[in-house]
Structures are given as C-alpha cells and as structure tokens.
Ligand binder design. Structure first.
Ligand SMILES: [Zn+2]
Length: 266
C-alpha cells in the first residue's frame, strides 16, 4: 500500500506528546508520504523542520486566512526564503475564510493575492483553503491563472489543490479545468455526507487527492478524537467504496496525483 496524506498539521502542539509514535503509526498503515502544511510563519518553520527530520515528510509554507492579519512585507520575505528549501513543495495553506472571519476580509484578500504571486514567482503549486467564499476564491484563482500562465498551459499544468473541498460539482469541474486537484478529507466518511460522496462518485480519480487535515476533521469511526495521518486510509477506503474500486487502486492513483502535483521525489 502506498498512501499519501496531502494535508497534515503534525507540527501543531496537539502532537507534542507523541509525534514520533503518530508518524510510526502512519508508516504502519501504509502512509508513505505526508505533506505538512504551514498556517503562519512559526508553523511553516516547524513544517520545514519536520521535513528535514523525516524523509517521508514534505512541507508547504504559507499564512492561513485566519492569520492573514500577520502577513507583513518582512514576513513575506521570510516565507520567500523558506520556500526555496528543496523539501518545500507548495505555498499554503492560503485562501479565504468568510465563515470565521478571524482576519478582516480585505486583509485576507490581500494576503491571498500576495502569496499566489509568490507561488508563481518561485514556480510551486498552491494549497487552497476556502470556507464560505467559493465564488470569490474561484474568481481570484481564475484571474491569477490567466494573468500568470500562458493560455496554452492552462489545464495542462497542475497548479494546486482545493483542500478539504466543500463546493459543488460545477465548482470542482471549473477548478479541474484551471489545473487544480480536488482533495477529499474525513467528512466524506460522515453519515450526512451524501452530497460529498455523490461528488466523489462523479469526479475522475485522476483529479483527486486524499488528506486528513489532522488534528481536525477526524473520520468515522474515530470522530470526536484527535485525527492523525494513519486515518487517511479511512478516507481512501470510503472513496474506494463510493467509486467501486479497490483501496489499493485509490491509494496508488491518489499518490501518483500527489507526486505529479508536488513533484515529490518518491
Ligand atoms: Zn489545514
């Protein structure tokens, strides 16, 4: 089995007591590659440190929309320097969160655009967080792609992933046309996730990634407890069940997709 957890926060304090064992359990479950995602400067630095310590861990660096208010010119410079690290495979997570509005919306928009520009400048893909901001996220991404990519490259070149996807089929198809992957997380295993399972059924496996977003979004039957990368198997299992495929095939294809998007050296 070769599973890839494309979105973790293993650097978060929730793992301070047993990080080593959590990473070992992931390996035992067949999780052979992990992308740990920064949410602010300190967590981006911690993600890079984890990637240096473990061969199977890669890092993304960026400022989450919740922390957008912290993004100064100096911090952007520090991110640019971190982003050149060979194990940094993406800029993220970045985007808009109009559900919790922990940073002012205008500051979120500005931080999102500045970090999209950084990604094109260094030629790495983006990891997008979108909550209650679907139409504005899509409009921003479309403008970014059209302004920074030659028309002949659009949709042929993988540009990023919409993490823990929560939009509808039309939005997923538009994102795929722009060169994005769609990432499926623990909620696909929840009893009330009929719409999300229908979406998974209709989208091509070649455009899907799986993730935990641990410590959050713990899949059934561990819901309510802390999430960890080993549980990405439960997400892949549910994708396999919905699409009528084997777990091994879903693990292999979604790992191939992650390898392509993030240029992982596996
Ligand atoms: Zn996340």
């Amino acid at each position: 089995m070769f599973l890839t957890d494309t979105h973790t926060h293993l650097d978060f304090p929730q793992f301070n007591g047993d990080r080593e064992q959590v990473i070992e359990r992931a390996t035992t479950a067949g999780v052979r590659a992990i992308v740990d995602i920064g949410t602010d400067l300190a967590s981006s630095q911690a993600a890079v440190a984890l990637a240096e310590a473990y061969s199977q861990i890669y890092a993304a660096v960026g400022v989450h929309p919740h922390d957008a208010k912290t993004l100064t010119e100096e911090l952007l410079e520090e991110l640019r320097a971190l982003a050149s690290h060979p194990k940094v495979v993406a800029i993220g997570e970045i985007g808009l969160d109009f559900y919790r509005d922990l940073s002012p919306q205008d500051k979120q928009r500005q931080a999102f655009k500045q970090q999209l520009a950084l990604a094109s400048e260094i030629g790495k893909p983006v990891i997008i967080h979108d909550r209650d901001a679907h139409s504005e996220v899509m409009a921003t991404l479309r403008r970014w792609i059209e302004d920074s990519h030659p028309p002949s490259a659009i949709s042929h070149q993988p540009v990023g992933v919409l993490h823990c996807f929560s939009g509808d089929l039309a939005m997923a198809q538009e994102a795929i046309e722009l060169g994005f992957y769609i990432s499926i997380a623990g909620p696909v295993t929840f009893q009330n996730a009929r719409r999300l399972r229908e979406l998974v059924r209709q989208l091509p496996l070649e455009k899907l990634l799986v993730e935990t977003d641990c410590p959050y979004l713990t899949p059934h039957p561990h819901r309510g407890k802390r999430n960890e990368p080993a549980y990405v198997k439960l997400v892949a299992q549910e994708v396999a069940r919905v699409k009528g495929l084997s777990l091994e095939e879903v693990a292999r294809i979604t790992s191939d997709n992650a390898r392509t998007l993030f240029a992982l050296n596996l």
